[in-house]
Design a binder for this molecule. Structure first.
Ligand SMILES: Cc1cc2nc3c(=O)[nH]c(=O)nc-3n(C[C@H](O)[C@H](O)[C@H](O)COP(=O)(O)OP(=O)(O)OC[C@H]3O[C@@H](n4cnc5c(N)ncnc54)[C@H](O)[C@@H]3O)c2cc1C
Length: 423
């Protein structure tokens, strides 16, 4: 049986980056991936600046994978039966457009260069945890042993289930998304919209859903998301996608071009504070496996990378400690403290931002986007993770007492007070 310090299951951004961090520190690491690498992942394919900082990549390291830098964002709002566009431009790139197959593979290769072993086409089907070690079985009947296990195996994590850290997500915790990414060619893409290389966003109040239209390099990425609990026979994700195509026709962004088949996936996004375990004796969950996509915007790659960084720090501390239970317990707990500090604030304030798009608040939100350029810029700063989310939301509420008051009356009184003082 092959023995490792750490086995990581899932070679998405979370798993691959954790493998890199640990291998770079001299640990013996195995990265097991169900699919063949490079593997695709349904995604908008937009990464914010923090992702590059964590990956220690300069924009010049990205020539092989970045399709376009992003300087602006656009929000389309339906007013008096007509769609109007509201955009904001930043002076420097605030995000980058990538293809997931290329981006994720680049991190895997980085991990391999640092010394990690990778095994693709290797779904893990069983996990046994004992006091001293973890034993993992893949579907080819091979067994691997390690001191620590990381579950980076995405939303429907086998690790979470097999180790009993968490059961399935509840339907109201999942956002179901689908996307079609079509290679149209850059010239054609530039003719499709006045906002080439900017993500264009839309909200669908009927389904509490959202959609995006994003021209990046040669690719046109069209996607839509809906809360799983609201997905029903009466209104499905597919219908929302088709309705969105009608909207795009209406604003002359789509004229019946052949689109690549739509692909679906989902991720967990919470209402209310995060309430699940993310570790248990020798096992950690990171990225989507832990449900770390932020409910501020649905961005999942940055939280995946950040949690990988934090888990690696924690594991380093474990592996240099003599394995006394009492000490280990304390160190394992540090992971939770760390991710709550780094990401917790987004889940708290994400709850507020989700309410902007409810029937009660949306009219005020729309007016602010239309009439208040400062508010609009703050909204896009929130979307692109430019600055501290708490500060941004505070500034947004300061611009509109009506919005703050409605939020307070909608169950967020203490949160709003924590931002603005007693109201
Ligand atoms: C349609 C859509 C659009 C999105 N757009 C964006 C965006 O533009 N920007 C952004 O930041 N986020 C976006 N997200 C969220 C983002 O895709 C995820 O948050 C991100 O992929 C999480 O990374 P991860 O490494 O945790 O998981 P994943 O990327 O899901 O990787 C998990 C890996 O584990 C593997 N695996 C699963 N089970 C096993 C097993 N049993 N054994 C071995 N391997 C296994 C899978 O094959 C997969 O490769 C989007 C999500 C969706 C659904």
């Amino acid at each position: 049986m092959s023995k490792y310090d750490v086995i990581i299951i899932g070679a998405g951004p979370a798993g691959a980056f954790a493998a890199y961090k640990l291998a770079k520190n001299g640990y013996k690491v195995l990265l097991l991936e169900k699919k063949k690498i490079p593997r695709d992942k349904p995604c908008g394919g937009w990464i914010t600046n923090k992702v590059l900082e964590y990956l220690e990549w300069n924009p010049s390291d990205l020539d092989d994978i970045v399709l376009e830098p992003i300087y602006s964002g656009v929000l389309w709002l339906k007013e008096d039966d007509k769609y109007n566009d509201y955009s904001v431009r930043f002076n420097n790139p605030i995000s980058y457009g990538i293809l997931r197959s290329e981006f994720d593979e680049k991190i895997v290769r980085k991990a391999e260069s640092a010394g990690a072993d990778t095994l693709d086409k290797s779904p893990v089907i069983d996990i046994l945890i004992s006091k001293e070690k973890v034993v993992v079985n893949n579907n080819h009947g091979r067994e691997f042993e390690s001191r620590i296990l990381i579950g980076a195996d995405g939303t429907y994590s086998t690790v979470a289930k097999k180790t009993g850290i968490r059961d399935r997500w509840k339907p109201d915790e999942l956002t179901l998304c689908c996307v079609s990414e079509t290679k149209l060619g850059k010239d054609k893409n530039k003719k499709m919209t006045d906002y080439f290389r900017a993500p264009e966003l839309f909200f669908n109040l009927k389904s509490k859903g959202y959609s995006w239209y994003y021209t990046k390099g040669d690719y046109l990425n069209i996607g839509t998301g809906i809360r799983m609990a609201l997905h029903s026979n009466n209104y499905t994700l597919k219908q929302q996608f088709n309705d969105f195509l009608d909207t795009l026709r209406e604003i002359n962004h789509y004229n019946g071009e052949d689109l690549a088949p739509i692909k679906g996936h989902s991720y967990a996004v919470f209402n209310g504070p995060y309430k699940y375990q993310t570790f248990k004796r020798r096992v950690f969950l990171i990225g989507d496996a832990a449900g770390f996509a932020t409910n501020l915007t649905g961005e999942g790659i940055r939280p995946a990378i950040i949690s990988a960084d934090l888990v690696s720090k924690t594991i380093k501390e474990i592996l240099i400690t003599s394995e006394k239970e009492i000490i280990l317990k304390k160190i394992f707990k540090k992971y939770e403290t760390r991710w709550k500090k780094a990401l917790g604030i987004e889940y708290t304030f994400g709850d507020i931002s989700q309410n902007f798009y409810t029937p009660n608040l949306f009219p005020i939100f729309k007016t602010l986007i239309r009439t208040d350029k400062v508010f609009r810029k703050l909204f896009f700063k929130m979307c692109f993770n430019v600055g501290n989310p708490r500060t941004i939301i505070r500034k947004m509420l300061l611009r509109s007492p009506a919005l703050a008051l409605k939020l307070a009356n909608q169950g967020f009184r203490s949160l709003v007070s924590s931002l603005l003082g007693r109201i």
